[in-house]
Design a protein around this ligand. Structure first.
Ligand SMILES: Nc1ncnc2c1ncn2[C@@H]1O[C@H](COP(=O)(O)OP(=O)(O)OP(=O)(O)O)[C@@H](O)[C@H]1O
Length: 225
């Protein structure tokens, strides 16, 4: 996916992206301080938010190929199972009960399968949201801060899921995160934003070498410099 000269305005906030390439079959991360525009760009890619200028070349990706596990997951007024099978149903994909059970077991919430999803804790809802995002094995998956609410064991489980899907199905991922170190073993390319502006796209070494004041400061705060 190639984003060129994009500009979006939401109230007082302006997002500006010169050129940002999300190479397929890679694991990307959008990073930067609160309110710098990471989720906004993810929502623009999803088609949830509009942009006023620029171009997104989806390079053959269709709307239904792109999935978002959002920061605040929306749970249907249904059971955990119904929430998980929803993306399969709307895409008329086969439902494999064993696979659902496998994911629920991996996250330690198998016993919640037939419980009302809205009665789960927020971390458990995040787990359902991640399973719902990965179960249909779409080509492009955005995970917006969903790992941050998980316990340490579950973060490791989610990361293994991402690694496996990437290795087996070549899924492109965009992880939106505040913890660079905790996802460094997954991510191929970082895209750094500052106050609505896309500043740099590079690997971890590139971030460490950058002379940009904001990036240096950010990396120091992350204890990575
Ligand atoms: N629908 C909207 N209407 C008006 N302003 C919006 C809207 N959505 C987002 N914004 C503003 O856009 C800015 C960027 O928000 P965004 O959620 O993209 O930041 P973020 O980098 O994902 O932050 P965080 O790390 O806190 O999740 C914020 O100032 C926010 O108030």
């Amino acid at each position: 996916m190639k984003i060129s000269d994009l500009q979006a305005k939401l109230g007082d906030f302006t997002l500006a992206v010169d050129t940002l390439i999300l190479e397929e079959r890679k694991i990307h991360a959008f990073i930067g301080s609160n309110g710098c525009g990471k989720s906004t760009l993810a929502k623009i890619i999803m088609g949830i938010l509009p942009y006023r200028k620029g171009e997104i070349d989806f390079e053959g990706l269709q709307v239904h190929d792109i999935v978002l596990a959002s920061q605040k997951p929306y749970m249907l007024h249904e059971t955990v199972r119904e929430n998980i099978v929803y993306p399969l149903k709307i895409r008329k994909q086969k439902i494999c009960e064993e696979e659902i059970d496998f994911y629920l077991n991996e996250f330690g919430i198998f016993e919640k399968k037939f419980e009302h999803a809205r009665q789960l804790s927020s971390g458990q809802q995040q787990k359902v949201s991640i399973i719902r995002a990965v179960i249909a094995k779409q080509k492009f998956i955005v995970i917006d801060e969903s790992l941050s609410n998980l316990d340490i064991e579950s973060i490791s489980t989610a990361k293994n899921m991402i690694k496996r899907l990437h290795a087996e199905s070549g899924v492109t991922f965009v992880l939106i995160s505040h913890q660079v170190a905790s996802i460094a073993d997954l991510v191929h390319e970082y895209h750094f934003f500052d106050r609505g502006e896309h500043i740099l796209s590079c690997d971890l070494e590139g971030l460490k070498r950058s002379n940009h004041e904001k990036i240096k400061h950010y990396m120091q705060l992350q204890s990575l410099l």
